[in-house]
Design a protein around this ligand. Structure first.
Ligand code: ADP
Ligand code: MG
Length: 449
């Protein structure tokens, strides 16, 4: 109503300024349909009418009169029905597109991975606290935050947890999660399309974020030109107090073929490792996963699974799903210890079946450069005693062979001597981190031999 009244005033002004023909035939036939954002949209009854009004001599006077009655900044747009409907459709599409883009951005993060369902224990509490604090205060505290640890220990889970947290608490922030591989591909694509201005698309994409998370950064090693681009992106974000979080399977100092300047950037914030959880944390993780799936599980079964030899949470989940799958075949949503044993009867066998005492002895001899007679013999020189203890430990650990049987392999030694050798390595495993590395190294050679 108000719009019509305003428009009448405009018409009054124009009546005296335009020729009778222009006024009667064209301008007075316009109807105002929308006034928003300093724009007045006028609908003409036909394309001809629209074109006539759009002629400079009429349009200038029209605009001046509109600005006198509306605001001095008002823009005038004359349209016809078809054009108007088309523009409405276009607006809808644009709107849907933005909504979709935004929701794509939001759904980038895996809803399954949150802080709430990340079980915290000794092995990961510092990492988890650091990630949480960065999510609460991006760009303020630990920048960059560099987390590292073996496969399947929860790094990606934590990155998504940060993303989900920020989406919920700081929806205005542009948070980006990207695998290193994707970053490299995007970069390579942009270089290929250098003529079509895609490099600037690439820059806009990566440099306009508030939080950048790059997963599995170790893959950037050897990719020199990508490193260069990453370095530039990094600097730009860092200078603008944007948060950078990086995950890797190893610490910066162990990333070979990494430019020194990147290594020093990565090390300049907080570098924190994530370890394999201890037994209690494993049990807690198993409990939570079962609860999520509505699977009922007794403590003895939890114990049984948590004691299985595995070196990542992903493996642990794999073991659990073997158990739940077996139960589902039986039509149950719970399991007895017997069923769990049955479900896992092949687990780990594949690595162990072809390992025997001979193989272990051969690998140990090869590793320590001693010959077999000296290893199993009775010489007490240091260069034989250490490999011998290691070999005894490994045979006991990997084959679960009785001590007396091991004794007879080692020249008929009695079981207390064997026990002593085994305990010595066990003791060192607790106090000396090098022993653990050594043991794992030899074990992996044995399984590959
Ligand atoms: P990474 O990226 O370090 O290789 P992921 O983040 O992919 O490991 O984790 C592997 C699996 O283990 C995921 O399903 C993840 O949810 C689970 N996981 C790892 N750590 C935990 C934890 N502390 N609590 C709950 N689930 C975990
Ligand atoms: Mg990962």
């Amino acid at each position: 109503m108000l719009l019509d009244q305003q428009w009448k005033k405009v018409l009054n002004r124009l009546e005296n300024e335009l020729t009778a023909v222009n006024y009667d035939l064209w301008v007075s036939s316009l109807s105002p349909i929308q006034y928003a954002n300093d724009e007045l949209i006028l609908m003409a009854p036909s394309v001809t009418a629209k074109n006539q009004v759009n002629q400079v001599n009429i349009f200038e006077k029209l605009t001046r009169a509109v600005r006198a009655e509306f605001t001095p900044y008002t823009f005038v747009r004359v349209t016809d029905r078809d054009e108007y409907e088309e523009s409405l459709r276009h607006q809808d599409e644009e709107f849907e597109k933005t909504v979709k883009e935004n929701s794509n951005l939001k759904s980038k993060f895996n809803k399954k991975y949150t802080f709430e369902n990340f079980v915290v224990g000794k092995s990961n509490q510092v990492v988890c606290a650091a990630m949480h604090s960065v999510a609460e205060n991006p760009g303020k505290k630990f920048n960059p935050l560099f987390i590292y640890g073996g496969v399947g220990l929860g790094k990606t889970h934590l990155l998504h947890a940060v993303g989900n947290y920020l989406n919920e608490h700081r929806p205005e922030l542009n948070v980006m999660y990207v695998s290193c591989e994707k970053f490299i591909n995007d970069y390579v694509e942009s270089v290929k399309n250098v003529k079509s201005a895609n490099t600037s698309d690439f820059r806009d994409k990566y440099r306009n974020v508030d939080v950048l998370m790059v997963d599995d950064i170790q893959f950037i090693s050897n990719k020199m030109s990508t490193q260069e681009e990453f370095f530039n992106t990094y600097n730009e974000l860092y200078q603008n107090n944007k948060q950078i979080i990086i995950a890797s399977d190893r610490p910066p100092k162990e990333m070979s073929a990494l430019e020194e300047r990147l290594r020093s950037r990565f090390s300049s914030g907080l570098v924190q490792d994530i370890q394999m959880p201890d037994y209690e944390t494993k049990v807690a993780i198993l409990k939570m996963k079962c609860a999520e799936e509505g699977f009922l599980i007794d403590n003895d079964v939890l114990d049984f699974i948590a004691l299985k030899d595995c070196d990542s949470i992903r493996d642990l989940e794999g073991i659990l799903s073997k158990v739940t799958f077996y139960a589902s075949l039986l039509g149950k949503n719970s399991t007895s210890l017997e069923d769990a044993r049955e479900a896992l009867k092949d687990y780990g066998e594949s690595e162990k079946t072809n390992v025997d005492a001979d193989k272990i002895i051969n690998v140990v001899c090869d590793f320590f450069k001693v010959n077999k007679e000296d290893l199993v013999g009775s010489k007490r020189n240091k260069e034989f005693v250490e490999p011998r203890q290691m070999c005894i430990y490994l045979i006991n650990d990997m084959l679960n062979m009785p001590l007396t049987a091991i004794g007879s392999i080692f020249g008929g030694r009695d079981h207390t001597t064997i026990m002593h050798a085994r305990d010595k390595i066990n003791e060192q495993l607790k106090t000396n981190p090098h022993t653990k590395v050594l043991v794992n190294d030899i074990k992996s050679r044995i399984s590959k031999a």
